[in-house]
Design a binder for this molecule. Structure first.
Ligand SMILES: [Zn+2]
Length: 127
């Protein structure tokens, strides 16, 4: 069966390209490693933030954007559910933000501030 190497959707025999990604299908998916780094850009990138909360992921990416840091957020994993079989339940919904290696330190600082300020709700309720 052909697969799209980007979104990992399985196609029926006879299809040559993915209609979503416009990519040539491959007969077999690479085992684990998603091709995120290759597809995002040809530059070095580092995973800086992992969350299972899509909203949080987008907030963090927005904050990075405001700080002038280029980042890449992995797509929502729900599309992958169709093709991922058993044993991959953990982290199915996890989304990862990648930044360029030269921005890692700055991004880390920005994210720390964001996460701390957004968790204030929980800590302020305890007295
Ligand atoms: Zn695709």
């Amino acid at each position: 069966m052909p697969f799209c190497p980007i979104c990992r959707i399985e196609y029926r025999e006879g299809f040559a390209t993915c209609s979503d990604c416009d990519m040539d299908l491959v007969s077999q998916l690479p085992p684990e490693e998603p091709d995120i780094r290759e597809t995002l850009k040809d530059e070095e990138s580092t995973p800086i933030f992992v969350t299972s909360d899509s909203v949080e992921a987008e907030i963090v990416q927005g904050v990075l954007d405001d700080a002038g840091i280029r980042s890449y957020l992995t797509p929502d994993a729900t599309r992958h559910m169709r093709t991922i079989g058993m044993g991959a339940v953990n982290g199915l919904y996890q989304r990862t933000i990648y930044v360029l290696e030269c921005d890692v330190e700055r991004a880390r600082t920005v994210i720390e501030q964001t996460v701390i300020s957004s968790s204030e709700d929980g800590s302020s309720s305890e007295r």
